[in-house]
Structures are given as structure tokens and as C-alpha cells.
Ligand binder design. Structure first.
Ligand SMILES: Cc1cn([C@H]2C[C@H](O)[C@@H](COP(=O)(O)OP(=O)(O)O[C@H]3O[C@@H](C)C(=O)[C@@H](O)[C@H]3O)O2)c(=O)[nH]c1=O
Length: 178
């Protein structure tokens, strides 16, 4: 597999080795030792799958007391996936990195604990899978506005479909001062 660093230390792109043949393809989507060597340290304790229609945007989400590292990939369709550093003492606080993930290319994206995460769907439908390093704690969850002007993510879509929770999310600066 190929390990590709990004502009944010700790945020990593993985290109798994894909074995294609007349039947189709095979790839390993996780391997404790190899992913640890790449800087993706578990343990992973929860796996999630969401399905969304075109134009849906989920995020930006994080947990405060129980921050989750997330190893994400799509198995159908295409998404634009974003990690935002929201660690208060980080030199890259407020910086974001985004990548288009497609089912055809099989890339994976690792968002470390301490980052907010979100994605929008570029294809007609998308199936989104991720492994998490901590459990879901709904009472601990926080949301940041997808279009926070100070973060200024260059989303490839306009007028996304949002959940009520995401539509009412606060800006990072309000979160850091509350
Ligand atoms: C995330 C999550 C949700 N749920 C439930 C709560 C709710 O009734 C329903 C839908 O939840 P949400 O609207 O929060 O789902 P969603 O907007 O897909 O939330 C996810 O967004 C992406 C961007 C992330 O980074 C994830 O960590 C997670 O926050 O599923 C669980 O039972 N376990 C979970 O781990």
C-alpha cells in the first residue's frame, strides 16, 4: 500500500494495493501492523457505515472527551472528505485538508483524534465506511458549521443537504471561547 502524507501532520491518505483479476478485485482494507507503521494507531473499537444521496453533507463532527480517530473509505460513489485541526494548542489549529475519495480508486483517509471531520457526496449515492478509535458518545459530540468562514473549506458543492443538527452548528471560534 502507498502511504501519502498531507499538509496536516497525522492526516494520512492510504492507497491500498488492489489485486484485480477476471473475477473482479481484492484488497485489504485494514492490517494492524501495516497501518500502525503508517502512523495509524488503533485500537479501533467501532465500525460505521452510512449511505447518502448526492448533495448530502455530514459534518463537521468531533467528540470532546472521547476524541475519535477515523479511517474512512467509500465502497460506492464518490465523496469529498475533510479533516479540520481543532486542537486548541496546535500550530495548525483551524487548518483543513480535503480529498476526493471514490469507490473506483479505493483510497482511504485517516483523520486523527482531535480533528473535526465531514464529507459531502459528489455521486448519485455513496456508501461511506469508517473505523473509529473510540465509541460514539452522543452527549459528548460537537458540531462545527460546514461553512465556517474562518475555516473556509473549499467544498465542491453549494447548498448541501444537512441534518438539523449540522444546520445549527456553531463556528470554531465560538466553540473555542465557550
Ligand atoms: C455517529 C453515530 C450515530 N448514531 C445514530 C445517532 C442518530 O440517531 C443517527 C444519525 O446520526 P448522525 O446524524 O450523527 O450521523 P452522521 O451525521 O453520519 O454522523 C457522522 O458524521 C461523520 C461526518 C462523522 O465524522 C462521524 O463520526 C459521525 O459524526 O445514528 C449511532 O447510533 N452511532 C454512531 O456512531
Amino acid at each position: 500500500m502507498k502511504v501519502i502524507p498531507t499538509t496536516l501532520p497525522g492526516v494520512i491518505v492510504i492507497e491500498p494495493k488492489v489485486f484485480g483479476d477476471t473475477r473482479g478485485f481484492f484488497l485489504e482494507t485494514f492490517h494492524v501492523e501495516r497501518y500502525a507503521q503508517a502512523g495509524i494507531l488503533g485500537p479501533f473499537v467501532q465500525d460505521n457505515h452510512s449511505h447518502s444521496a448526492q448533495g448530502v453533507l455530514r459534518g463537521l463532527h468531533f467528540q470532546k472527551q472521547y476524541p475519535q480517530g477515523k479511517l474512512v473509505y467509500v465502497t460506492s460513489g464518490a465523496v469529498f472528505d475533510v479533516a479540520v485541526d481543532i486542537r486548541p494548542t496546535s500550530p495548525t489549529l483551524g487548518k483543513w485538508v480535503g480529498i476526493t475519495l471514490t469507490a473506483e480508486q479505493h483510497q482511504q483517509f485517516y483523520i486523527p483524534p482531535g480533528f473535526a471531520h465531514g464529507f459531502c457526496v459528489l455521486s448519485e449515492q455513496a456508501d461511506f465506511h469508517y473505523k473509529c478509535t473510540d465509541y460514539y458518545h452522543p452527549e459528548d459530540e460537537g458540531c462545527i458549521r460546514w461553512n465556517d468562514p474562518e475555516i473556509n473549506i473549499q467544498w465542491p458543492i453549494n447548498n448541501p443537504v444537512l441534518s438539523a443538527k449540522d444546520a445549527n452548528a456553531q463556528c470554531l471560534k465560538d466553540l473555542l471561547t465557550s
